[in-house]
Every structure is written in C-alpha cells, then in structure tokens.
Design a binder for this molecule. Structure first.
Ligand code: DGL
Length: 274
C-alpha cells in the first residue's frame, strides 16, 4: 500500500509529556501535520506492568493507524522501552522511539563519560538507556534514577501552581553525592520540569532531552522513505486525550504556545496485543 506524503504523523504518550516532542516536530518540520494521542486517563505508565503498557500503547497506535498516519512517533520513554519491536512488527508505517535519540545526544554531550538517566520506574527497570548507550559507546558509566513523583506533578498541572523544588530535591537526593556531567531527561514529561530540575543538579551538568534528536530522526526517516510532505500545506494539529479536556488544553496552550488548540476526547478500545 502506498502511503500518501501529506498523511499526518501520529504521536503518542501516556499523557501530556509527548507534547515536548510534538512541539519540536511542529517547529522544525513546518510542512508536517500531526495527530497526537495522550492517554491521560491511565497515566502514569511508569509504575504499570509491561503487559499493560503494551496493551495501552497498542490501543493508541491502532487508533492512529485507522486515522491513516504515515509514521508513528512513540513520544514516551516507558512505552518506547517495551513496545517498539512489537509496534514495528504490527504496522506497515515506520515507528520511531525516543530512547535511542536521547542516548545519542547524551553520549555526544558528555565529556567525562558519566551520565545520569532520570526516568520512570518502568524505563529505569527496563535498562533501555543502558542498552542504547552501550551500543554507542562502551566507555560510559550510567547512573540510573527513577523519579516516580515527577509525572504526577506535570499531569496534575501542579508544576505550574506550587513550589515543587522540595519534591525535585528529595527525588534527586540519591544521586546528589555522585559525579556526572550530563543528565538525560529520560521521560518526555520531564522537560516541563527542566528549570526546577536544573536548579537541583550540580552546577555545570548538561541536561539532555530526546525531543530535538527525535525530530532529526523523524526528518531523516521521512526523507529517506520519500514520505516528507513537500506540498507546503499542513493541517492544524489535532490532540486527542483519554482524560480531561481542560487540563490537557491548559498544558497544550502553555507548552506549545498555540492559542486555541484542537483538543478532543477519545475512547480507546482494546484490540489485543498478544
Ligand atoms: N512521558 C512518559 C515517558 O516518557 C510516560 C510517563 C509515565 O506515564 O509514567 O516515560
């Protein structure tokens, strides 16, 4: 089946975190249309079982496949860590994740070869960053840290309303005495907490998030496959959430700088993922 170049790119996350990747796609690929699904009703994915993350991610991918996307960007580290192979086997369009691009950016940024990885419990448990980084360089020491309190701060919107520094400080305490020169925000929700995280990390530590690197992968994959939209016309992005429209819309306005984003509700059904 021939995929049309002007078809949209599908972007998925457990919630609003993938908007950090959507923002870069909208900025750097001005001809491309995106359709986003955030599974806010079942967020966070981080503490969930691998089976649940697979099932929920499959539901989002299936919904986007029905909408006719030409590519799927799994803008969720937790889902990337455990579903990428399954999705690539199931769908005819290219499926990109966020872990390999983030790992690449961190290895480039680090001069000491000591890299902290902040992520959800699921991502840290999966060792997906360790695997991606050691495939690039064997000279790197990785300091993994699960930060389960961060995603709820973003999804609830509390990060905009209260002083979250004590929570960030407490979460980063286990690595406060360790030496590293680069920290990966290994969860797409974390760039929304970039400033408070930076404040609690040792001075000079470089912070890497995978959003920009992922878009470079999107761009090169589209052009490599002859799928880039060269027509110069794109449609307005559509954002679907399984959760509350208000909360999602307020974060989308704040983060994307779009005055009146098209945010819609979606009910996902279980197509089975075994
Ligand atoms: N933003 C997602 C990630 O990158 C998921 C966070 C969560 O749902 O726990 O891992």
């Amino acid at each position: 089946m021939k995929i049309p170049k002007n078809a949209p790119i599908g972007v998925i996350d457990s919630g609003v975190g993938g908007l950090t990747v959507a923002k870069e796609i909208l900025h750097f690929l001005p001809n491309e249309t995106i359709i986003y699904i955030g599974d806010d009703a079942r967020c966070p994915y981080g503490p969930r079982s691998v089976e649940e993350v697979k099932e929920f991610t499959m539901e989002m991918a299936t919904a986007l496949a029905k909408m006719g996307v030409k590519m799927l960007v799994v803008a969720c580290n937790t889902a990337t860590a455990v579903t990428l192979d399954m999705l690539r086997e199931r769908f005819p369009f290219p499926v990109l994740g966020v872990i390999e691009p983030g790992a690449r950016a961190a290895v480039l940024a680090s001069t000491t070869g000591k890299i902290a990885v902040l992520g959800t419990v699921g991502t840290i448990k999966s060792k997906a960053y360790e695997n991606a980084i050691s495939a690039i360089s064997e000279e790197v020491d990785i300091i993994p840290l699960a930060c389960p309190e961060f995603v709820p701060l973003v999804e609830s919107g509390q990060y905009k309303q209260m002083d979250i520094q004590p929570i960030i400080k407490r979460s980063l305490q286990p690595i406060a005495h360790l030496e590293f020169d680069t920290a990966i925000l290994g969860c797409t929700h974390y760039p929304l907490l970039h400033d408070p995280i930076k404040e609690q990390l040792p001075v000079g530590v470089k912070i890497v998030s995978s959003a920009y690197e992922t878009v470079r992968d999107v761009e090169s994959t589209l052009s490599g496959l002859g799928l880039a939209n060269i027509s110069g016309n794109r449609n307005e992005p559509i954002f679907y959430t399984t959760g509350q429209l208000d909360g999602f819309t307020s974060i989308a306005i704040d983060w994307l700088g779009i005055e009146n984003p098209d945010v819609r509700h979606i009910v996902l059904s279980n197509p089975g993922c075994q």
